[in-house]
Design a binder for this molecule. Structure first.
Ligand SMILES: NC(=O)c1ccc[n+]([C@@H]2O[C@H](COP(=O)([O-])OP(=O)(O)OC[C@H]3O[C@@H](n4cnc5c(N)ncnc54)[C@H](O)[C@@H]3O)[C@@H](O)[C@H]2O)c1
Length: 358
């Protein structure tokens, strides 16, 4: 049996639910890390994990990051995530999604599901047939990727402001890895702002399109982190900042959407010592979460203008993290953690005081 409480990714998670359904073959895990700021909102990842251990590790780590992300983004939401162990191309079916939706419904609003890797707006519509605890619907914010890209753009402007005193992207070179949902939207925004692009992906069709559309320079995927650029934007894989890539990094700032960019926490300190400005992933990629959160009843119904105002405020959040790191002589990764914990701990103190007074 896989140990839970002693698991290295277990961080006092409030609730971990193992969901199964014999008829549809559903095998899913919903992890609720912390609900002190509000109900746990997080995506449903549908992925053919090698085994249950791997799925558990992923959901524990991802749900914890959602707590920090929501706290830093100043949302009244907690952190949660879910995984369905299945190949989204072969095994995803309406029945499977509805069986999962019923598991979400049983949690009575403690967990709100949205899109993630392997799941789509259409899947959320399907889940919505059996539970109301869904965000990222076409009637609301829909696909969170453009909103995530917008937040990353704001993070880049904040990095330039911090480093150079002005946040314009005109004439700035960005090395972008991964032209998927977020990366493609981001590249479009960067080209509009007058930035030059160097791009890599494993799909040749998007590379050709990037060359034709924006005059982007195509770079071999293994070398994208090492090309000369002002900003490196990882928008594909996790663990891209590691022992091998760090010494070769040319860009002075790293600002991208990919989750879990640091292979190990120490890589945050290594970047700090090397004088590289790292925009902590869960802070700078919060645009999508902010957008879907605005669909919830507490926000009074989806309003794109209000949502994007809050996404643009990531500029200030990122600047605050950079300055905190500077003043306290710590890495930006540590500064982001401290900012997120500050709000969480403040709320926990209030909650404890209130329950003691009852
Ligand atoms: N979509 C969102 O709103 C959102 C929000 C927060 C974080 N993220 C994170 O941002 C990253 C990108 O998300 P997405 O939704 O654009 O995913 P996606 O799957 O649409 O895009 C990923 C892109 O990376 C490319 N890719 C895959 N392996 C690669 C490799 N080895 N080298 C270079 N390119 C490679 C793929 O071909 C694809 O074009 C992921 O890490 C995701 O977890 C996304």
């Amino acid at each position: 049996m896989t140990a839970i409480f002693s698991h290295f990714e277990h961080d006092h998670h409030e609730q971990i639910v193992f969901c199964s359904d014999a008829q549809t073959g559903l095998k899913a895990i919903i992890a609720i890390h912390d609900t002190c700021l509000g109900p746990a909102l997080g995506g449903c990842r549908i992925y053919p994990y090698c085994d249950e251990k791997e799925a558990l590790q992923d959901v524990l780590r991802l749900s914890r990051a959602m707590t920090y992300k929501a706290s830093l983004a100043n949302l009244d939401l907690g952190g949660g995530k879910s995984v369905i162990i299945a190949d989204p191309l072969r095994e995803k079916s309406p029945a499977l999604l509805k069986a999962f939706g019923q598991a979400v419904e049983r949690l009575a609003g403690r967990y709100i599901v949205a899109e993630d890797v392997g799941s789509s707006v259409e899947d959320m519509e399907m889940i919505h047939e059996v539970t109301g605890h869904v965000a990222g619907l076409s009637s609301g914010g829909g696909d969170p990727s453009p909103a995530t890209a917008r937040g990353v753009l704001m993070g880049m402007k904040a990095a330039l402001k911090y480093q150079r005193g002005q946040g314009s992207l005109k004439g700035v070179t960005v090395a972008l890895q991964g032209l998927g949902h977020v990366g493609f939207a981001l590249a479009e925004m960067l080209a509009t702002e007058g930035a030059s692009l160097k791009v890599s992906d494993v799909r040749s069709d998007v590379l050709t399109e990037a060359k034709e559309r924006w005059g982007a320079e195509i770079v071999e995927n293994k070398a994208i982190h090492a090309v000369s650029a002002d900003i490196f934007a990882p928008c594909a894989l996790g663990a891209i900042l590691n022992d091998q890539t760090l010494p070769a990094l040319k860009a002075s700032a790293i600002v991208g959407s990919a989750n879990n960019q640091l292979a190990r926490p120490e890589h945050g300190d290594m970047l700090h010592k090397a004088g590289k400005l790292y925009a902590p992933d869960y802070a700078v990629n919060a645009g999508g979460l902010i957008n879907v959160a605005h669909e919830l009843p507490d926000y009074g119904g989806y309003n794109a203008e209000k949502a994007y105002q809050k996404i643009d405020a990531l500029y200030e959040t990122m600047l605050a993290i950079f300055h905190k790191a500077d003043h306290e002589h710590i890495s930006t990764a540590k500064a982001a953690d401290l900012c997120a914990l500050e709000r969480l701990n403040h709320q926990k103190t209030i909650s404890h005081a209130l329950s003691a007074a009852e």
